[in-house]
Write a protein that binds this ligand. Sequence first.
Ligand SMILES: Cc1cc2nc3c(=O)[nH]c(=O)nc-3n(C[C@H](O)[C@H](O)[C@H](O)COP(=O)(O)OP(=O)(O)OC[C@H]3O[C@@H](n4cnc5c(N)ncnc54)[C@H](O)[C@@H]3O)c2cc1C
Length: 267
Amino acid sequence: MHAFAYSRPANLADAVALLAAEPDARPLAGGQTLLPVMRARLAAPSRLVDLARVPELGGIAETPAGLRIGAMETHAAIAGHPAVRRLAPALARLAGGIGDPQVRNRGTIGGSIANNDPAACYPAAMLALGATIETDRRTLAAADLFTGLFATALAPDELLVAVHVPASPAAAYVKMPQPASRFAMVGAFVARTPAGHRIALTGGGTGVFRWSEAETALDSGASPEALADAPLDPDRFTGDLHASARYRQALARVAVRRALADPAFAP
Ligand SMILES: Cc1cc2nc3c(=O)[nH]c(=O)nc-3n(C[C@H](O)[C@H](O)[C@H](O)COP(=O)(O)OP(=O)(O)OC[C@H]3O[C@@H](n4cnc5c(N)ncnc54)[C@H](O)[C@@H]3O)c2cc1C
């Protein structure tokens, strides 16, 4: 690991100022991704700006539309929070299925979303639920946040502050986990929203995306079984040592079928 400076600001303004002052400074949340990447010398920030004591980044609260979840809330906190379990039960279950206890107790929703790993779980939930992302300087739709592999629309000195998730009683997430890490080999998040059905797929290898052909079919009254023939772009899937692209594509159809059959989703 390269040498780096370390700061632990006490509020959001100071955290943003530290990042703005130094182009190679990086925010540190749970460290579950950033620290291993630094140990492997794949990243060498000049300074880590530890977000652990920034109060504006914490808290889970009910809002008129659903929930506001602070960026520094851990997967374990989200999984166990009564309001999340009541208003967005599929999101609570997704959080409870991430990694292992250490990852769930240290890793944060903000770190996961800002990292936008193509095998991460939350990005699929954010897209399918139509979440809104609050940063230190703006709000944007989740659909506008995820721009590519490990890439987001966040500026280098911009902090994700919270996510706003609509109440979502009819939703389900099915993950086909990679057995060693528990990351999604493929994951499907399905939701019935006021705007229609939403299906977001993660783990394919090219980044989270919505399966719009299947959404349109469901909105037109097609049965989940009919989705077996719905077009699903093969270019969205890549192969690696865990699974071939074709296998991932086939898994995606199975994951969606199982999610649609989940009692939490079915009417
Ligand atoms: C063994 C293992 C298994 C895992 N399994 C899963 C899984 O099944 N599903 C899944 O979804 N994930 C999984 N993960 C990833 C895990 O969810 C991490 O929590 C997540 O990748 C990063 O969150 P973090 O809080 O640790 O962020 P960090 O590692 O601290 O930061 C990650 C990146 O986000 C940036 N960042 C952090 N917070 C902010 C912020 N508020 N604003 C802007 N940028 C920010 C950092 O600078 C860094 O670039 C796994 C990780 C491990 C190690």
